[in-house]
Design a protein around this ligand. Structure first.
Ligand SMILES: *Cc1c(COP(=O)(O)O)cnc(C)c1O
Length: 551
């Protein structure tokens, strides 16, 4: 027997390692096994600055940002190294040896029992209904009421891995019926469902805590940032179990960047896209010859019951599609994370469901400078949503015209130094929009490439476009008024030049007329119309509209 084995606590030796699969095995795999966001962390600049110093022991700005995100005061939020760490902290704070127990409702998240066992505590299982994984609140209350060993109860809603949500009223009914048990409502996936958060209830109850994480909806699983919502007195006790510097500087910086107000709209749009994908995939995967049942899900994943599991596993492995196997939860149980459209189509194919290859022309841009912070999402093949907020209402209206007439979806948010001048915001947004369009166009195969537009009302605006890859811009037209609202009219030629530069396009604008409002608006509208023709896929997807063979 090695020394370590002789000295180790029996609880440690008895502990099963976490079943996380072999994540390192294939770095190119399609990772639909860990409920991560398929998107990058929306990080603009370098976040490595300052790592020579210790991080803040209790990151105040992050605490404030997360508290505000969840609608509570900073003192009512405890930042932890991911939600997992919050669970470990709770177990270390409240459980001590075999006289204490944690109640779980299986099948659920395995970390609750794991960290409880690490403290030598008992695990009391009150299983969910086998038919639909619903929670029997009366049974939970009956089994825990008067059990002096019961210290903690974990209710995961929406539940991992089954996707089932517990009605917040049911959680509160349990909380109120069990005043001597600390209840953890795990809301790791709340953002993907439509139930309200229990955060506002946790801050006024001595026996309810809410778990939050930036891993899922905020695409930060690698940064390990989460936390607990609860009354300050409770959080102060739990915080005693924290190490001195729980969160790395890089994680704090990454989280603060992701939570910037300018990023919110794109985060919301990402969640909307994942939900659209979840609702597209669910009925399709139900037609798979391997799938027996698809459970309704309120998370960014689907729980499936499958048959012929070995054959399916071989197909998934051959196609490089990773899923999480959960045979203890249900026979042939598989949890499939919702990824990007391409990833989901690859997963469907591995399940034997083939869908026509979709044209995917999307882009996201996060662009930060000292003057502006911009995040945008574009989808050239979807007309909605269009949500634009640059802080300059007239410019928002103009960009909305471009997207509406261009026929593409645009979610764009800019927080700029408007207190100085709108110049930076207007210019940087034009640059970001051009870069986004360029990136969404990708290899440009199948596009019209050229566009033109002609008169509108009493004003005449002509816009000619060539998405040639070569920036050039010409603007013919003059304005009498210096401003329209907060928008300086002199910026108009500048916007088209910035767009031409970052999009890599020749843009010729000519505008004549009486009214400056009309002239500016007609220029943007005509630009949108011209863009629509140039962006449109015409005919063969694989044909490049150039005799040179490149654009
Ligand atoms: C992912 C997850 C968490 C926490 O994840 P972290 O990455 O540690 O923040 C907590 N609970 C459930 C149910 C989860 O699935």
């Amino acid at each position: 027997m090695t020394l370590a084995r002789r000295l180790a606590r029996p609880e440690i030796l008895a502990l099963e390692p976490f079943d996380l699969g072999n994540r390192e095995a294939d770095p190119d795999a399609i990772k639909l096994d860990a409920n991560e966001s398929p998107f990058g962390p929306l990080s603009g600049g370098s976040i490595a600055a300052g790592v020579n110093r210790y991080p803040e022991p209790r990151p105040q700005r992050l605490r404030a940002a997360m508290a505000s995100l969840y609608g509570v005061a900073p003192a009512q939020f405890l930042v932890t190294r991911g939600g997992d760490d919050a669970i470990d902290l709770l177990c270390r704070t409240f459980l001590r040896g075999p006289g204490d127990s944690i109640a779980v409702t299986s099948p659920s998240f395995s970390a609750y029992a794991h960290f409880a066992r690490l403290q030598g505590a008992q695990v009391l299982d009150i299983p969910l209904a086998v038919t639909d994984f619903s929670l029997d609140a009366a049974r939970v209350i009956r089994e825990l009421k008067g059990d002096p060993s019961a210290k903690l109860l974990c209710l995961c809603t929406p539940n991992n891995p089954t996707g089932t949500a517990v009605d917040p009223a049911t959680v509160l009914e349990i909380v109120d019926a069990l005043p001597d048990v600390m209840v953890l409502a795990d809301e790791a996936y709340l953002e993907f469902g439509d139930a309200p958060s229990l955060a506002s209830e946790a801050i006024v109850r001595p026996n309810l805590l809410v778990l939050k994480t930036l891993s899922k909806a905020f695409a930060l699983a690698g940064a390990r940032v989460g936390g607990l919502v609860g009354p300050p007195e409770t959080l102060d006790i739990i915080a005693r179990a924290l190490p001195p510097y729980p969160l790395p500087t890089l994680s704090i910086a990454a989280a603060l960047e992701a939570l910037q107000p300018a990023r919110r709209a794109v985060h919301r749009e990402r969640i909307a896209q994942l939900l659209t994908e979840r609702d597209r995939i669910a009925p399709l995967i139900a037609t798979s010859p391997f799938v027996r049942k698809v459970y309704p899900s309120a998370g960014n994943y689907l729980f499936l019951e499958t048959g012929e599991t070995e054959q399916l596993a071989a197909r998934l492995a051959a196609d490089g599609v990773r899923v999480r196997y959960r045979p203890q939860a249900a026979p042939g149980g598989i949890r499939l994370t919702i990824g990007t459209r391409q990833e989901n189509d690859a997963a469907l194919a591995a399940f034997g469901v083939y869908v026509p290859q979709a044209t995917i022309r999307t882009a996201e841009i996060a662009r930060d400078t000292k003057e502006t912070r911009i995040a945008l999402a574009i989808d050239l093949d979807r007309p909605e949503p269009r949500r634009i907020d640059t802080g300059i209402p007239y410019y928002d209206h103009m960009l909305d015209q471009v997207a509406a007439h261009g026929g593409f979806s645009l979610v764009l948010n800019c927080r700029g130094d408007l207190e100085i001048d709108p110049h930076h915001s207007i210019e940087d947004v034009a640059i970001a929009l051009g870069s986004g369009l360029k990136s969404a166009l990708g290899d440009k195969r199948g596009i019209g490439r050229f566009g033109f537009a002609l008169p509108m009302d009493e004003t005449e605006a002509q816009v000619l476009i060539d998405l040639s890859g070569r920036p050039f811009s010409r603007f013919e037209g003059t304005f009498q008024a210096s401003h329209i609202g907060d928008y300086p009219t002199e910026m108009t030629p500048h916007v088209f030049r910035s767009l031409a530069d970052s999009l890599g396009a020749a843009i010729h604008v000519k505008v004549i007329g009486e009214n400056d409002h009309h002239k500016v608006e007609a220029s943007f509208k005509a630009f949108g119309r011209a863009l629509r023709q140039a962006l449109a896929i015409e005919g063969k997807r694989d044909v490049l509209p150039s005799t040179k063979g490149m654009l």
